[in-house]
Design a protein around this ligand. Structure first.
Ligand SMILES: [Zn+2]
Length: 330
């Protein structure tokens, strides 16, 4: 049993409270490579932002669970080396699918886990989430639950259509399970193709998707005043990255995300954690494609992974400062 506290990590409790009170959101960036980890830490240190580094089940399979855990420990030390005296870094399991997965993360030094029972019947979701909370809270590990279903594909998680969270269920769910935060469904979705062009309005050559269901969010906030709310699937799919990818041989057709103004608006509410994964994948891919196209003789991985890291760092800093508002909060 390894305690996250010995690794210098923190749980989400304090962080979320401050974010809800302060009207901003904490970035939750997925990582599975060293370059992503470095870019996340550099961006968080330079902007003086707390940060959630999250790992999905797919990432644990890809990179190896032990390696990722040591990378998170390394992230804390790296942040200190970069001049941050007290880094606020959370190591979070994204979309935990079973009690066993959550337990294994908690036992290995994670400071926060998500148990995603959103696909289960309500009562089973309650029972599973409660079981994880009871285990996690013994070790001061925070737990995120989910109600409602997001459309899209993300590692092992996929759903054809979304179902908005039912505001009438949230209070009962939170009190029965004891979760520390709740992921909801109000129109965000996983992946880089969140909407079909026919669902959008074409404004000056840009697809503008339907707005998030702020009325549902408002009702949830009324049911649970001040309770930390989480948004998954909140990449914006920046057109400049998509265009770079396509310009240099990629084939990403009609990739559409959540407009950043919508996320900025959500950050000012009880939404205090916003998950961003696809945008970093796009930034990485765009930078690598550009190097490959412009310097076809290049074969030193540092010469294309380095620019990829720089491009991701730029993206993370932009999100922190211009979208979530978590800068200067350490
Ligand atoms: Zn998700």
């Amino acid at each position: 049993m390894i305690s996250y506290k010995d690794l210098g990590l923190v749980n989400t409790k304090e962080m979320f409270k401050k974010a809800v009170d302060g009207g901003y959101a904490i970035p939750a960036f997925n990582f599975n490579t060293m370059e992503q980890m470095q870019a996340i830490v550099q961006a968080a240190v330079e902007t003086k932002s707390p940060v959630i580094m999250q790992v999905s089940k797919g990432a644990r399979q890809y990179a190896n669970a032990t390696i990722l855990r040591y990378m998170a420990q390394g992230a804390v030390e790296y942040a200190k080396e970069l001049g941050c005296e007290k880094p606020q870094i959370v190591l979070h399991l994204d979309h935990g699918d079973s009690f066993e997965t959550c337990k294994s993360c908690i036992d290995m030094g994670f400071s926060s886990v998500m148990i995603d029972g959103s696909h289960l019947p309500y009562d089973e979701n309650v029972a599973l989430t409660k079981k994880v909370v009871e285990y996690a809270h013994q070790f001061d590990v925070t737990v995120e639950g989910e109600l409602g279903v997001l459309a899209g594909v993300e590692d092992e998680v996929s759903a054809e259509e979304s179902h908005y969270t039912k505001p009438e269920e949230v209070k009962d769910f939170v009190s029965k399970t004891g979760v520390d935060s709740l992921a909801i469904s109000i129109g965000t979705s996983h992946g880089a193709h969140k909407f079909k062009p026919e669902q959008c309005e074409l404004v000056n050559g840009v697809y503008v998707p339907p707005p998030l269901a702020f009325d549902v969010l408002k009702e949830i906030e009324t049911e649970l005043p001040g309770f930390p709310i989480v948004l998954h699937g909140s990449s914006s799919v920046p057109m400049d990255e998509v265009n770079t990818i396509n310009q240099f041989g990629g084939k990403l057709e009609a990739a559409i995300g959540i407009p950043e103004e919508q996320l900025r608006k959500a950050s000012e509410s009880a939404v205090c954690k916003i998950n961003i994964d696809s945008d970093s994948r796009l930034a990485m891919t765009a930078a690598i494609r550009k190097v490959f196209a412009e310097k076809p003789a290049e074969f030193d991985p540092r010469k294309y992974l380095g620019p990829a890291r720089d491009n991701m760092k730029k993206l993370y800093m932009h999100k922190i400062v211009n979208v979530l508002g978590s800068n200067d909060k350490l």
